[in-house]
Write a protein that binds this ligand. Structure first.
Ligand code: PMP
Length: 350
């Protein structure tokens, strides 16, 4: 009965479930679009008796250099997921406002909206790709935030910068356009960060979880104009970034490490091309979606093939799309991990 202390809209939610939270057992993990390149970091733990800098200056400055922006354009968060949550809590009124998303897309926009009692306007990716501005405006209605995932998870497609600008412009005085660039390092020429100075209604989300190989660190960044950044700071917890996290993030953003991340990105992009070739040649793979990120999404002829992979310890991310439950998202792992995928393809080819 004690759950009744929570409002009804919270009671009806389900806790976020993932292969990790379900404690699946596996030997090859290609389900969460992580990087295969683990790295070691040095830590000085002398000052843990003190609270950390709420927005660690060295990290903010390093990310400003990396993204060609100023420190005042940047907010450091506990992953891009916290950025999404902050945006909804800052700009949407509980029980009154709505956000728009273009399906299929990243699941946390919905989870965050539902837990904040904010309505969802579900639109299609097709609309996002080429609908005229007037149609977009009509469909989005009064939504306060318009989430555009670019490249999009789970489809892997990317919108050209000219289209992103058209969308941001269309909503100029009406809504904040949030471009989620969690995977942008895999196609960096598409970034919308350069538009931040020009538009007052643009927010870009970034993370160290993907190309920077730090999913375990829980670090993301919100990029926008100082006015929106300062508004979001009003709802930010007092010390959101631990000193330990800040020390590692600072090392990850040195120019030497950024160069190494760039080399890894080009290896991952090459390995993605190889995986796409192998998948396209498999007779049980019905569709392979082109991808600009560190994963590939496919539709299989039969979902039994997915179950067989899971049973053998190869964990990928199955999902339902357009009413069909035979879709699978495969992260680009190391060459050794991808060999496990190739062996699975050989097996199902018979
Ligand atoms: N946005 C997208 C599109 C993602 O796929 C993910 C993680 N899967 C996130 C945001 C969250 O990233 P973080 O680990 O920084 O919270």
């Amino acid at each position: 009965m004690s759950r009744e202390f929570a409002p009804e809209y919270i009671q009806s939610l389900k806790a976020y479930s993932s292969a990790k939270s379900e404690k699946l057992t596996g030997s090859t993990w290609l389900n969460a679009n992580e990087s295969p390149y683990a790295k070691e970091y040095a830590l000085n733990l002398d000052n843990l008796n003190r609270y950390p800098d709420p927005q660690p200056e060295n990290v903010i400055n390093a990310y400003a250099r990396y993204s060609n922006l100023a420190g005042e354009n940047i907010l450091m968060t506990r992953g891009a997921d916290e950025g999404i949550e902050l945006l909804v809590r800052t700009f949407c009124q509980n029980g009154k406002d709505s956000i728009a998303q273009f399906l299929p897309t990243y699941g946390m926009y919905k989870v965050t909206a539902e837990s904040a009692n904010v309505a969802l306007v579900d639109l299609s990716q097709a609309l996002l790709i080429d609908a005229p501005q007037s149609e977009l405006l009509d469909c989005v209605g009064n939504a306060k935030l318009v989430f555009v995932c670019n490249p999009n998870n789970p489809t892997g497609n990317v919108l050209p910068l000219s289209r992103i600008e058209e969308i941001v412009k269309a909503f100029e005085d009406k809504a904040i356009v949030v471009v989620d660039e969690a995977y942008i390092e895999f196609c960096e020429e598409f970034t919308a960060a350069g538009l931040i100075e020009k538009y007052q209604n643009l927010v870009v989300l970034r993370t160290l979880s993907k190309a920077f190989a730090l999913a375990g660190l829980r670090t993301g960044f919100v990029l926008s104009n100082p006015e929106l950044i300062n508004t979001m700071r009003k709802v930010l917890a007092p010390y959101p970034v631990s000193s330990v996290v800040a020390a590692i993030a600072e090392q990850a953003l040195t120019s030497c490490n950024i160069s190494s991340v760039k080399r890894q990105v080009s290896i991952i992009n090459n390995n993605r091309a190889t995986l796409i070739n192998q998948l396209s040649a498999c007779k049980h793979v019905r569709k392979v979606l082109p991808s600009f990120a560190n994963f590939v999404t496919i539709q299989l002829s039969d979902k039994a093939h997915i179950a067989a992979a899971m049973q053998s310890g190869l964990i990928m991310r199955p999902f339902t799309l357009y009413g069909e439950d035979n879709w699978l998202r495969i992260s680009i792992g190391s060459e050794q991990e991808l060999n496990v995928v190739f062996n699975w393809l050989v097996e199902i080819n018979g």
